[in-house]
Ligand binder design. Structure first.
Ligand code: ZN
Length: 251
């Protein structure tokens, strides 16, 4: 059995037996990878300590059969730990939300290196600036964009009119943006104030965008739009989102 290498970020882990866990990684090389980490639940397990959620790791693994669904983790090295030993509640829920997005939007044996880089850059920005609404918006829209699910909202999708200064209505059926007359004012309204951050998002790195002050109106328009696009694609809501949204509103 050949030993394989991968670089990945731990998305989550769950119990398999008394001593073993299953760990879900988002890897640079293969997209989602699920692996059994033998003995990882034992108190002194080195591999167990390495496989905490949101750790950026390098792993060595093997497959018992070619094409097997589960990998077996042999070794693990932590490159960086983004939650650390005593994360804040905000950090914990915020980063768990990012991990859920990546998990839902990715597949096994289907790498997305740009999404991998975005994830690492966003985790780095969260480590420096803390989890904040602007950073979550950044990650949501870029993930949608890199997954080919972000329409060009600068123009009405039906008549082609430029709506960069006036905003648009996003159709609840397909997420496409429409001008006032084509939409009949039906759909999700994205007001003119939100158009500037939407355009900036495409140009700035995460740290710079997350440092901008964004008003409540534009932030809430973009927040609702991103959730609607995820929901259209996934045909369900993101589970960890409501608690993150509430936490950020209350703080
Ligand atoms: Zn139109």
């Amino acid at each position: 059995m050949p030993i394989l290498d991968a670089e990945g970020i731990v998305l989550r882990q769950y119990s398999l037996s008394e001593a073993d866990r299953i760990v879900v990684f988002f890897t640079k090389e293969h997209g989602i990878l699920r692996g059994v980490a033998p003995g990882s639940k034992k108190v002194k397990s080195r591999i167990g300590a390495c496989l905490e959620p949101l750790n950026h790791v390098r792993i060595q693994y093997y497959l018992k059969k070619e094409g097997a669904e589960l990998a077996y983790i042999r070794q693990c090295e932590t490159l960086r730990s983004y939650l650390g030993r005593s994360p804040s509640v905000r950090g914990l829920y915020g980063l768990t939300y990012l991990a859920e997005i990546v998990h839902e939007m990715s597949e096994e044996n289907n790498p997305n290196q740009l999404l991998f880089r975005l994830f690492l850059a966003t985790l780095g920005a969260a480590e420096k600036l803390g989890v904040r609404s602007c950073l979550l918006r950044y990650f949501e829209f870029w993930t949608l964009r890199l997954s080919g699910l972000l329409p060009d909202y600068g123009y009405c999708s039906l008549c082609g009119k430029c709506v960069k200064d006036v905003g648009f209505w996003a159709s609840r059926e397909d997420g496409q943006g429409r001008c006032r007359s084509c939409s009949g004012e039906r759909g999700l309204r994205v007001r003119p104030e939100a158009m500037k951050p939407l355009a900036l998002l495409a140009k700035l790195p995460p740290e710079e965008f997350a440092s901008l002050a964004m008003g409540e109106e534009e932030s809430s328009d973009l927040e609702r739009l991103a959730q609607a696009l995820f929901e259209l694609h996934l045909e369900k809501c993101l589970k960890s989102y409501p608690i993150v949204a509430r936490m950020l509103r209350e703080s």
